[in-house]
Design a protein around this ligand. Sequence first.
Ligand code: PLP
Length: 394
Amino acid sequence: MGSECNYDFDREICRKGTNSVKWDRCGSKFGETGLLPLWIADTDFSVPPEITEAAARRLEHPVFGYSVPPEEYYASIISWFQKRHRLNLEKDWITAGSGVITSISYSIQALTEPGDKILIQTPVYDPFLTIITGTGRTAAASPLLPGNGTYEMDMEDLENHFRNGVKMMILCNPHNPVGRVWRKEELQELARLCRKYHVYVVSDEIHCDFAMFGHSFTSVLAFPEIHDLAVSCISPGKSFNLSGLCVSSMVIPDPKIRERIQAKLRSAWLLHPDILAMEMSAAAYRYGSAWMDAQLAYLEQNSLLVRERLKEEAPRIRPAVHEGTFLMWLDFREFSLSQQELTSELIHTRRLGLNDGSTYGQEGNGYMRINIGCTRNLLNQALDRLVQMEHEHF
Ligand SMILES: Cc1ncc(COP(=O)(O)O)c(C=O)c1O
C-alpha cells in the first residue's frame, strides 16, 4: 500500500453542479441524465494539496495583470522530465501554451500547407482529425494493427504513406484510446522513417506520466536524429487532473521550427497561459511526485479489477492489453450488436456514459472506451452493470 495510503483516492467527491463536462453534461452528450459517467478524460481525484496551496498563495496578491511564465514554470518541467523520464530538456525548448490540441493545431499551421497530408494512427483521439480538416489539411489514416488483444504500428503502411507525400504525423504516445505505451524500438523505427522521408512528427505526450505495469514512456525527443522534425506536446492536465486550467507546453528543440511555430502563435495573439495555471502547473511538477506514484498504484488496481472481473464474470467483453493512460478499450464485438444498438443499450438500459469507440475511427466499431480514473466503488458499480448486460445477452 505504502504511499497509496497517504492520499485517499477512494474518497467520493461530488462533482455535480461544478459545471463539470463529465458529470453535468451527460444530458447533452448522451440524451440522458443520471448516468454513471466514465467517459471524457479527466479523473474524479482531488489534486495534491500543494497545487491548491500554490493557487491560494497567488490569490493573496490582489493584482492579476499581464504576466509571463515564472522561471519555476520551466524549472519544474525540466526537473520532472529529468527525474521521471530521464529526458534532458532545455528551457529554450519550452513554449508555454493553453492546451495540447491548440498547440498541435498551430504546429500544423506553421509546418504544413493547406491540402498537405497529415497522418494519424486510427483508432485515435478524435480531435486530431478535427484540427487536420479544420485547418484545411487532409488526413491520411494508417490503422493500427490489432492482434492478441493489443495493437502495433503498421510500419509498412506508414512507409507507404510517407513515400506518398505525407508531410507530418500526429503521434499519440501513450496512445488514446488503445492504451499502448510505445516502446523505444518502435519509436526508433518510426524516427528512422521520419528522417528518411523528412516527415514532421508532432507527438501528443499528454498521457506520458501514465505508463503502467512496468512499462516506461519514451518521448520522441529521445531521438536526437529527428530533433529538427519533432515537437512534443506535454501538459499537467491529465497527470494532475488539471484539464480545466488549459495549460500545456510545446517542447521544440530545433530553433528554426520553434520560431515558425511561435510566429504562428503570435499571429493569433496566443501568448501564454493564465497566471494561476502557471503557478499550479509549477507546484504540480515540483511537488507532485509521491501523489503521482500513489495515483498510478490506484489506477493499476482499477485496471486489474476491470481485467479480472470481466474475465471471470463477463468474458465476452474483452479489454485490450492496458499499458498506460487511465482509459481502457473494451471490445464488445461478440455481442453482435450494431454500434448504434451497443451505445443505445449502454446509455438507456445500463445507464452508463462511456465513449463510443466509433468516434475514434471506423476501426473502433464494436468497441467502447471506459475511463477508470474514478473511485473503485464507482468502477465496481459500472462493472456490475456490464456483467448484467452480458448475462442478459448470453
Ligand atoms: C491524447 C490527448 N490529447 C489531448 C487531450 C486534450 O488536451 P488539451 O485539453 O490540453 O487540449 C486529450 C484529452 O483527453 C487527450 O486524451
